[in-house]
Design a protein around this ligand. Structure first.
Ligand code: NAD
Length: 378
């Protein structure tokens, strides 16, 4: 089986889908590995390092796509490249399939077996392939580093002959993978951390990191069978906002990470709440790519509201491109190994496979994923 890994084309993307160590894993499985020249440029991996791992470096991207049995990448494929993929080839990447109906239909029409990294099931067996988690941990870490750098204060308490400096107060809203890592990082830097999530199960995890869990009685909230939060009603969201306002006003840094899988993120911090925060405070909206949790957030920008700066940066993992690439590469490496069949010397796509039932989106000319079919009425 011939695997091709093209360079990422999304502006600002610094990560690479595979690092040389993973290329070596694929070669050891029996694959022929081709990478596009410059794949590892931003993570300081030269073409020669990929070559030493057994990969072939090519410059003709179109030929790479056309001749591959499997294409592995990070970001969703550009629409105009789908026509270049071989019928019955495998394509593995993030795909955003709930919002990318056209892309999904094109992949089906091209008879590509498209596997979506966001939809790898959150099960124990699939943990090492869970790219959402690996990338979210870096997002949470980097949000705190960004805030610490931008804040005109320091995070830890300092008792000096020149006076006592109080620790910064950090408020984390949404405690999934990114939120937990944000809490852990802010605590390590010495901040006083409060956190909230609609899933009550999170309280214990927050406490175990030494942070305080903010209690708000929202009535029934609940989570899906994959552990994702269910959307709140408008009334519940109103209660949440009212309770959050006080905590935001006390915080030096607010980090929001609240997401609803496959849906637009809920607006939790209104512009009015930002206006009541202390000048000099910072809000980092980590849900920027799915619509944002902060009403006045503008994607990719820093908005100033009465001296409070709201950051809406996208693709935070790309800021830590080296570990992000290593982790994504390990995730995709484990997935390829899971699908590899030694007798056939290649990946075998069995739509009945438990793992693939969750993340295989198109196969044999059709959209096969039940959730995506339902979402787009296909
Ligand atoms: P996510 O990115 O979908 O959402 C981030 C957080 O926002 C979630 O904790 C969610 O409950 C919260 N949220 C949603 N609406 C909110 C609101 N109105 N106010 C406050 N918070 C709100 O979540 P994630 O990081 O992908 O993790 C989701 C769950 O999956 C977690 O329980 C996580 O521990 C679990 N998980 C399990 C596995 C596994 O078993 N292999 C792997 C990864 C994650």
């Amino acid at each position: 089986m011939r695997i091709f890994v093209p360079k990422e084309t999304t502006p600002g993307e610094r990560r690479a889908a595979i690092v040389p160590a993973t290329a070596k894993r694929f070669v050891e499985l029996g694959a022929e590995v081709r990478i596009e020249s410059g794949l590892g440029f931003f993570i300081y991996c030269s073409d020669a390092e990929y070559e030493s791992a057994g990969a072939h470096v090519i410059v003709d991207r179109t030929a790479g796509l056309r001749e591959a049995d499997a294409v592995l990448r990070l970001q969703k494929p550009p629409a105009d490249e789908i026509g270049r993929l071989r019928a019955n080839s495998v394509h593995i990447s993030f795909l955003d399939p709930f919002n990318e109906r056209d892309l999904v239909e094109r992949l089906a029409a091209a008879k590509v077996s498209a596997i979506c990294m966001e939809m790898i099931p959150r099960s124990t067996i699939a943990q090492k392939m869970d790219a959402l988690s690996s990338q979210s941990s870096l997002t949470g870490y980097h949000a705190v580093i960004l805030a610490a750098d931008e804040l005109d204060r320091i995070f830890p308490m300092m008792m000096t002959p020149a006076g006592t400096i109080q620790p910064a107060r950090v408020f984390v809203i949404g405690v999934g993978v990114a939120g937990l890592q944000a809490i852990a990082t802010a605590k390590r830097l010495g901040a006083r951390v409060d956190a909230f999530d609609t899933r009550p199960a999170v309280e214990e995890q927050v406490r175990s990191l030494g942070a305080r869990f903010v209690k708000i009685d929202l009535g029934r909230t609940g989570e899906t069978d994959q552990g994702y939060a269910k959307a709140l009603t408008d009334e519940q969201l109103a209660v949440q906002r009212e309770a959050m306002a006080k905590h935001c006003a006390m915080a030096d840094v607010v980090i929001t990470t609240a997401q609803l899988f496959g849906k637009k993120a809920p607006i939790i911090v209104t512009t009015e709440m930002v206006r009541h925060m202390k000048p000099g405070s910072i809000v980092i909206d980590l849900a920027a790519e799915t619509g944002g949790n902060v009403e006045c957030m503008e994607p990719g920008k820093v908005v100033d509201v009465n001296g409070v700066r709201v950051f809406g940066y996208a693709n935070m993992p790309s800021r830590a491109a080296i570990p992000a690439s290593e982790m994504y590469s390990n995730n995709i490496g484990s997935l390829v190994e899971h699908l590899w069949n030694r007798e056939r010397n290649g990946m075998v796509i069995d739509p009945a496979d438990e793992l693939l039932r969750g993340c295989l989106i198109t196969h044999g000319g059709s959209v096969v994923n039940e959730n995506i079919k339902k979402h787009h009425n296909l």
